[in-house]
Design a protein around this ligand. Sequence first.
Ligand code: BGC
Length: 803
Amino acid sequence: MESLAIKTKLNTLTVCLTLALAGMLAGCHDDDDDDHQEESPPSQVKDAAYYQKMAKEAAAKMSIEEKLNMIMGPGMNMGNGDVQITNLKNDVSGVAGYINGVKSDKLDIPATKLADGPAGLRINSTRSGSSETYYATAWPIGSLLASSWDTQLVAEVGKAMGEEIKEYGVDFILAPGMNIQRNPLNGRNFEYYSEDPLLSGKIAAAMVDGVESNQVGTTIKHFVANNSETNRNSIDTLVSPRAMREIYLRGFQIAVEESQPWAVMSSYNKLNGTYTNERRDLLTDILRNEWDFKGLVMSDWFAGTPKLTAWKQFKAGNDLIEPGGEMEALKASYDKGDITEADVTVNVEHILSQVFQSPSYNNYAANNKPDLEQHRALARQAAAESMVLLKNDGQALPLTPRLKLASFGVSQIETIKGGTGSGQVNNESTIMLAEGLQQQYSVDESLTAFYRDYYAQNKVEHPGFVSSIPSYFTCEDPAVDVSVIESAAQNNDAALITIGRIAGEGVDRTNTRGDYLLTENELNLIKNASDAFHAAGKKVVVVLDVSAIVDTTEWADKVDAILLSYLPGQEAGHAITDVLSGAVNPGGKLAQTIPQYYADVPSATTFPGKDLNGDGTPDEIDYNDDIYVGYRYYTTFSKPVAWPFGFGLSYTTFAYDGATVESNTLSNGAKGAVTLSVSVTNTGSVAGKEAAQVYISAPEVKLKKPALELKSFSKTDSLQAGANQKLTFTIPAKTLASFDPQKNQWIVEPGTYKAWISPSSDVAGRDPVTFNVSEEIVVSNTTPDALALPAGVNPADFVTVSQ
Ligand code: BGC
């Protein structure tokens, strides 16, 4: 299957800009626009080179003050007139930041508006002086979307998200987030896609292309090795160059090379001793020179030490400091000669080459009327299709509609739609599970009323960490009398238990009860409900309305079915009910492993870092797991897991037949590829989609290899019972390659490769196909010693997981 359906980006852009330059859209910005018109006949493709030239010409007309003012954001705008934004037109309330524009007798470049975030556009839903509302769609969280393994679906969501960005007058979205889910306790895992870089990269590329098909920008973030939240503003991440290349950079590389996002956001943390936003090897040598990134790089908000060393960020290739506001310090550095006009001009040109494509620059008249109804339907479909059915003994699910359900858990009352912090969304309304269930089932009203009252009386308010972020509420599940459960078992056909967990920016989760582990009340409820309902010959189903994975080992054996819904967005209640009832057959598969115990996670011993100065907060985090992140670890070291990476059940079954190597052109070297195929048949009785995965086991010559690595995947169309589809997987040499840190090269080592085309990373009992590589292929040479560890530190000093 084509990794992405949306490839209209450039063509649409061409038409739009051609019109703009022909003066058919209101407003001309540059006094020399007429010259552009002459130089650029309407048929000219407005590609990267075109915008780079345009940016160069404009930069040549800017004074040094205008340049410094563009690269330094205007400061944090709290909406009280507290910052001056140069040449701001049509402000949008609630955006996170701006790029200053230019207004002179030579140029008229409006300010550019940047808004969060990964689960949908975060802007304020009301604006002073307007009676209109500006609600955005709260989409399923990143982890749920990635569980679809469906790049087409993700691109569709991106396209709809992009329409909201554009029609509400925003230029760039600060998303997608795509850090690797190294450890299940990272508080921001919900914004991210996967523990695997290939899946993260392909899903991110689809999202970028979907959003940008609207001629608005994306900002992939947080670049890079920002895989925990504790002390995020100054923690130093120590990681080997090989793990950097193969795990932490790889997804970003795929997204950049396949979809050229308009922007990249550098991260808060230090990487091997230096803030990422001050690393030239990262932001210029790797990102621009090796990967050919053509967009702009911005800092994360207040990241690093912009007051002291803004100039270092700019020289490294961090083109824009956000939210900014440190002009005096920057001017002082300029006056001292720390940074020259030539340096700054490079940053300005990177910024302008993207700004010139933006709706604000092109005077796009936002209509403030995105198609929220259509997006509601898509949010519901995307959430339901992506959910992961972990367990379904005795075909407990689907539960026939109109059965009588006993629904337990406060999360049916306050169903969690998304995470907190900059990734939250101001949507109009969220469908709670209790409401969704009512539309398809006969629900035990007295039980639901008990939870409704309990929630109303016991909910705890958590204010947003900045004023523009609203409060959220939590409520721990109460103890429920056994007598209540027993009578529910008599009066209903099945039990549904919903477990909820919220998480968010700035705080990591903990391996404690009420967080990663279930509370005593939750465990008792599961046990007592299972006893009572099973005694009555009835089923028990658990729904996990969780920001990220939780422990299942303590209780999974007690229940019949487990649905991992993650945080499904604003249509949560409908989407979960659609899966419970079988209206939608879930096709999701785990984008991260669920271990048996948290202690099994290879990074458990180093997360969230070590406190070096005794102030109670970690200052350094050692990536002791090296390249063995997630299933790479569990499969290599034969560690049993609760649910393997890539795993997910369906209401139907699929057979894989005729796995074969269609062609092998790897003898052509770096340009070669291997192509595999398989026939997938729906062997059950209802329609469904299947995500097939290709895992490779590579020979070890100089380099150790994980037992399995995901190298390709593809999702079938919806197959009717009995139908089949041939899936083809092309794996280029580049994707097969491993990183040789001694030689700074990506290489494919010679030998026999085994490939499993499999429904999950549990390939036991399946026969691999094989192909050969006759001699080492050097796929590419990389920047010598890029991202080296600090002087005197060797991977052996901190890597504890190695073969
Ligand atoms: C977050 C970013 C976000 C930015 C703007 C930062 O604190 O880390 O992900 O885009 O704020 O809200």
